[in-house]
Design a protein around this ligand. Structure first.
Ligand SMILES: [Zn+2]
Length: 77
């Protein structure tokens, strides 16, 4: 028996957050931040939506969107 219903979406989707600034490569004002899964795990990236130039790339959460319950559960005393 499954505890969760089958998702209705056929594809995973991430909504990029637009940020101010111009692309250093092509000059377009289309910078956005979003999370990607790539070599080395999850990354929080800031990229140009027009030419895909990377402006910033820093390590993201180790499990991506999945937040393990363990660290948030208070220990009983
Ligand atoms: Zn660009």
């Amino acid at each position: 028996m499954h505890s969760f219903p089958r998702p209705q979406n056929t594809h995973l989707h991430v909504t990029p957050r637009p940020v101010d600034g111009d692309c250093p490569e092509c000059g377009a004002a289309e910078l956005a931040e979003y999370r990607v899964l790539s070599e080395g795990g999850w990354w929080e990236v800031r990229k140009c939506r027009a030419c895909l130039a990377s402006v910033e790339r820093r390590p993201g959460p180790p499990f991506g969107a999945y937040a393990p319950l363990g660290p948030t559960v208070a220990a009983r005393s």
